[in-house]
Design a protein around this ligand. Structure first.
Ligand SMILES: NC(=O)c1ccc[n+]([C@@H]2O[C@H](COP(=O)([O-])OP(=O)(O)OC[C@H]3O[C@@H](n4cnc5c(N)ncnc54)[C@H](OP(=O)(O)O)[C@@H]3O)[C@@H](O)[C@H]2O)c1
Length: 253
């Protein structure tokens, strides 16, 4: 039996479990299994690894994406650059950490980049990245790679380039790409949206929300009502899961 799973603190409803269980059925992988492993503390990980026979890979979710790092033997350079791990490979007792959010966000944004500029303009696109956590670091990595200039918006002056009180209509007008990497608006708080002057949005704006539940968040609804292009987090969620599967399969080749 080849076993995979998800570690986190509260795993009530998990996208990954459903995604991988369906995938194993679809691909006829009867000897593959995906389980949820709720850990009250990340210090329980070595015991889980020791006692779960056939464990080949784990996804990692809140709040252990950073806390898991001291338990790894090795880090993939992308995970090391982002300082967060959401996928683990277990190969002959050796544990390697990866971050598939980078690949997930890259696949979402890359096709859009040429469309972010005005036709005939050589002015580079400017972006606002809302939040400074693990997903924000993956987004920042990809934007740097693509040469998109951006500012991080944070509640804290130390963690961001801008704080929320500086989000005036001029900033929003200039930054035509706005990416929400905070959990604001996530179920069950579906009425909440990041505090921005939404009236400054235009049809030239693109709003991306990494939140995937609900599919269309209050943040995206504001964008839609001002004619902006809107993109939810589901595409990235699938892309990052596909990347995890690709990494796990590499062990077998
Ligand atoms: N679609 C996907 O594939 C995908 C992948 C990864 C994550 N996500 C989603 O992205 C969201 C963030 O995940 P994460 O792992 O990056 O979480 P995280 O590490 O906790 O970071 C979230 C950041 O958002 C900001 N924030 C949190 N609560 C806030 C509030 N009430 N008001 C304003 N800002 C707040 C904080 O930044 P400051 O402290 O700087 O304010 C925090 O660092 C979650 O909803 C997650 O489900 C989606």
């Amino acid at each position: 039996m080849q076993r995979y799973g998800l570690i986190g603190r509260h795993l009530g409803h998990s996208f990954s479990s459903e995604h991988f269980s369906k995938r194993f059925v679809k691909e006829g992988l009867k000897d593959h299994r995906y389980d949820l492993f709720e850990l009250a503390d990340i210090a329980e990980l070595p015991e889980l690894l020791r006692t779960t026979r056939g464990l080949r890979g784990l996804n990692v979710t809140v709040p252990y994406k950073e806390a898991v790092i001291p338990f790894l033997d090795e880090m993939d350079p992308l995970a090391a650059a982002g300082g967060a791990v959401n996928t683990i490979v277990i190969d002959n007792g050796r544990i390697t950490g990866h971050n598939t959010d980078v690949a997930g966000f890259r696949s979402l944004i890359s096709p859009l980049v040429p469309t972010l500029r005005d036709p005939g303009s050589d002015i580079k696109a400017r972006a606002l990245v809302l939040g400074s956590g693990g997903a924000s670091r993956a987004v920042a990595f990809v934007l740097r790679e693509l040469g998109v200039r951006f500012r991080i918006v944070s509640r804290s002056r130390e963690r961001g380039d801008l704080t929320w009180d500086l989000m005036d209509p001029t900033v929003v007008r200039v930054c035509r790409l706005i990416i929400n990497t905070t959990p604001i608006g996530m179920f069950p708080n579906v009425e909440e949206a990041p505090p921005l002057p939404y009236a400054a949005l235009t049809a030239k704006h693109t709003l991306i929300d990494l939140v995937y539940n609900p599919k269309e968040t209050a943040f995206l609804k504001h964008g839609r009502s001002h004619g902006a292009r809107i993109i939810g987090g589901l595409g990235m969620l699938h892309a990052q899961a596909d990347e995890a599967w690709r990494i796990w399969q590499q062990q077998d080749n």
